[in-house]
Design a protein around this ligand. Structure first.
Ligand code: FAD
Ligand code: NAD
Length: 503
């Protein structure tokens, strides 16, 4: 039973440490402890409460805020009234705020200990710096020590820095933002009011969403991408190129196949030198070059890290060792269908957090769910996807004809499914006579419009990922196709499933 909180300065000698260990019985003990206060954590405590209503759950989070969802930080919050955005509200018609629960929902550790009917306690602004999975004990950065029976690690990740920006002068670093948290949003949001120009480094989800948002805000926005186009690591080349055209239509100057080689402070601006020798000067730089999972606790916990995917290795029940589960961005889990993976998306954080929470209460469930993700590049691009979405894989795509052509074709044929146009980036798929091949040399062709479409990602002949382009309400079908292990099928026929009206 929890009793006292003890503190030390983390510099104890070995004998002092032994004394401390022998007095562990004096330390507060929680049945459920959650390290990290993000999306996975919220989903986990809700699952625990659903199965163990009087549970006492303590969450420790490094950020000062109560738990919140991150997707609006690069989307909705840039398109609502700035005064509303400052309070992290995302509009009147939707759920009002990015915070999952208001602050009063969370109890202090003391109130949690005394709560007869249990509850959720939160220590915010504190970091867990050490974890011993055998002793079931954590140490906080202020010296507090806590014992647990069951623990969830949901520590997410932090933004990687760009090697040039990381080593640049202080004046450059003062004008550079790495983006992940509410405080990063506030800093960039305030900077927008005082700045005229910004450069975003990175062409992934975050870089592309923020570029559209800042272009919308009227800033001269550059986006520097090392790939040939936006979302080039996930979309097939022709669709990445099309996406880049759309991002440019949103007012962004997208500079593709380029990297930053130098950054200097000059005349109150940052001057970036690009790999082709070009120089651009901007008021602010936002670095969006990927995520590094927060695995600092591996050093003291001896938990196994995954060399290929990063993150803590867990089994199919999301357990890393007895009494210790890992969920969300930081969890490298075994996907029964698609092999070992780590996923950096909201829906996975939510569903894996829920499963971990259930298993902390003894459910022993395996993680079989195929999570989804989505991206919105306002106002032109919107898609949902499931499974392994990687532009290095072979892809096969089927798109609906643009509306005018559709009308003309309707007069000629009664078979409405022939209104589907097909594209593939792979010559080899051309064996299907109905496939119209588009194999790279897109340069000379007129701009194409891509209305609704489905893209299959293939590995060894099996569909391992599906991306639905401007198609909503059909992700359940995509999940079914992946779960069925669809292999060597007529992909055109499979694609028709996604254009058929819902019964
Ligand atoms: P996090 O949300 O990162 O939470 C982990 C928390 O743990 C953090 O608050 C961290 O400070 C804390 N922590 C870390 N270490 C410690 C420690 N030692 N002690 C105490 N606390 C610690 N995904 C989508 O699918 N769709 C989207 O549209 C989308 N948009 C996004 C937009 C933005 C701006 C960002 C940044 C991400 C977006 N994502 C999106 C990704 C999605 O938000 C993440 O996958 C999700 O937040 C992961 O949740 P998590 O709980 O694993 O980790
Ligand atoms: P990302 O992995 O999506 O993209 C990283 C980009 O940075 C890629 O274009 C990559 O080529 C580039 N890059 C990597 N190293 C580089 C270097 N040294 N120099 C130049 N470019 C380099 O990551 P992100 O866009 O930074 O997003 C951060 C995190 O937030 C990710 O986990 C992402 O999944 C998540 N996120 C998701 C969504 C969504 O799902 N819609 C939206 C925003 C953020």
């Amino acid at each position: 039973k929890a009793s006292t909180l003890s503190k030390d300065n983390n510099k104890t000698t070995e004998s002092e440490q032994t004394d401390k260990e022998s007095s562990d019985t004096e330390l507060p003990l929680y049945k459920y402890l959650i390290v990290g206060a993000g999306t996975s954590s919220v989903s986990a405590y809700r699952a625990i409460k659903a199965r163990d209503p009087k549970a006492k759950i303590l969450i420790i989070g490094e950020e000062p805020d109560v738990p919140y969802e991150r997707p609006p930080l690069s989307k909705e919050l840039w398109y609502v009234d700035p005064a509303v955005a400052k309070e992290y509200k995302i509009g009147k018609s939707k759920r009002d705020s990015i915070f999952y629960e208001p602050r009063p929902f969370y109890l202090s550790p003391k109130a949690l200990q005394e709560a007869e009917n249990g509850g959720v306690g939160l220590i915010s602004g504190k970091k867990v710096v050490k974890l011993d999975g055998q002793k079931k004990k954590v140490w906080l950065n202020d010296g507090t020590e806590i014992l647990y029976e069951k623990c969830l690690l949901a520590t997410g990740g932090r933004p990687k820095n760009h090697p040039v920006m990381e080593t640049a002068d202080k004046d450059v670093q003062d004008r550079t933002i790495l983006f992940r948290n509410t405080s990063d949003f506030t800093r960039l949001h305030e900077a927008v009011e005082k700045s005229k120009s910004v450069a975003i480094i990175g062409g992934g989800f975050l870089g592309s969403e923020l570029a559209c948002a800042l272009g919308f805000k009227g800033l001269k926005t550059y986006q520097i991408i090392q790939e040939k186009g936006n979302l080039g690591t996930v979309l097939p080349e022709y669709l990445s190129k099309h996406t880049t055209e759309k991002v440019q239509e949103s007012g962004v100057d997208v500079l593709t196949s380029l990297t930053v080689t130098e950054a200097q402070y000059n005349n109150n601006q940052v001057e970036l030198t690009l790999s082709d020798g070009r120089k651009i000067s901007v008021d602010k730089v936002v670095v969006c070059v990927g995520l590094e999972p927060n695995v600092d606790l591996a050093k003291t916990s001896n938990l196994e890290l995954d060399e290929k995917h990063g993150g803590f290795r867990v089994n199919a029940e999301l357990e890393a060792m007895s009494g210790l589960w890992v969920a969300g961005d930081v969890s490298c889990f075994y996907d029964i269908k698609l092999g070992r993976r780590r996923i950096e998306h909201h829906n996975h954080a939510w569903v894996s957090g829920k499963l971990a929470g259930e298993n902390m209460t003894g459910a022993s469930k395996m993680y079989r769910y195929q999570s989804i993700f989505w991206s919105d590049l306002e106002p032109y691009v919107s898609f949902q996807a499931i499974g392994i979405i990687d532009s290095n894989l072979e892809t096969y795509s089927v798109f609906e004809k643009p509306p005018e052509k559709k009308r003309q074709r309707k007069k000629k044929t009664k078979e409405s499914n022939l209104e589907i146009a097909k594209k593939t980036t792979e010559e080899s798929l051309g064996t299907n006579q109905e496939v119209s091949k588009d194999t790279g040399s897109e340069e000379e062709k007129p701009k194409e419009e891509f209305n609704k479409g489905v893209i299959f990602y293939l590995r060894g002949g099996s569909i391992v990922g599906i991306l639905l382009w401007n198609i909503t309400g059909k992700i359940y079908r995509a999940r079914q196709v992946i779960s069925d292990g669809c292999r060597d099928e007529d992909l055109y026929e499979v694609a028709k499933l996604f254009f058929a009206p819902r019964k």
